[in-house]
Design a protein around this ligand. Structure first.
Ligand SMILES: [Zn+2]
Length: 215
């Protein structure tokens, strides 16, 4: 069950086909497990045609129309959430065709004794966008860092906590330059996440000496 989701603007841009390939990939992975967001995207598709017809060249009219459009979409928060398998009406997890069922068997590249990554950036081929799987050993902590751009994280297995909350499998987390955080994997199992970064993370505190080595 997901408790944290992409925000409405991200889902609307997904529905409209306005996201980068990397952003669309990670939103698709979330949609494959989140009935609530699938419903939202489906509604946006249906209502998008109506919006398109109503938009006029006048900017004020357009923003009012967009506000009305967003207000007409179903309320996602507090709605009943259902988690199911990866296929429903065409919403498939796009990573399934590239990755083994058991993610532990991947050729992980160790970054520290407790943090590993598996680069998937080649899947989108977009310059400046990092698409990686990250594995944090159970109970291990990622050094404090902030971001130059936006980082989207989708938890595939296990969970982690940071200064802002506790997150579990299926959750979608957005962090940007406003956030300085230090995720710690939950104690019971390794945490595996899909992460999309449109700019490298920046370590803070004494670990910043490592910044030149990050990519
Ligand atoms: Zn969702």
């Amino acid at each position: 069950m997901s408790h944290y989701h992409p925000d409405e603007i991200l889902l609307l841009n997904y529905a409209a086909g306005n996201l980068s390939a990397a952003e669309a990939l990670i939103v698709s992975v979330h949609l494959a497990t989140c009935h609530q967001c699938r419903t939202y995207v489906r509604q946006a598709h249906l209502l998008g045609g109506v919006l398109f017809e109503k938009i006029t060249p006048a900017a004020n009219d357009q923003s009012e129309t967009v506000d009305a459009f967003i207000a007409s979409l179903p309320e996602r928060k507090n709605a009943a959430i259902e988690q199911d398998s990866s296929v429903e009406n065409g919403f498939k997890n796009p990573l399934n065709q590239y990755l083994p069922r058991d993610l532990q068997t991947l050729a992980w590249k160790k970054q520290t004794s407790t943090i590993s990554k598996f680069d998937l950036s080649h899947l989108t081929g977009e310059k400046g966008a990092n698409v990686v799987l990250q594995k944090i050993s159970a109970g291990a902590r990622v050094p404090h860092h902030t971001h130059k751009g936006t980082e989207y994280t989708m938890i595939l297995k296990g969970g982690f906590s940071d200064e802002l909350g506790v997150y579990h499998q299926g959750d979608f987390i957005t962090r940007d330059a406003k956030h300085r955080h230090s995720p710690t994997a939950l104690q019971n199992e390794d945490c595996i996440c899909l992460a999309v970064l449109n700019a490298p993370i920046r370590l803070t505190g004494w670990m910043r000496v490592l910044n030149p080595f990050l990519s």
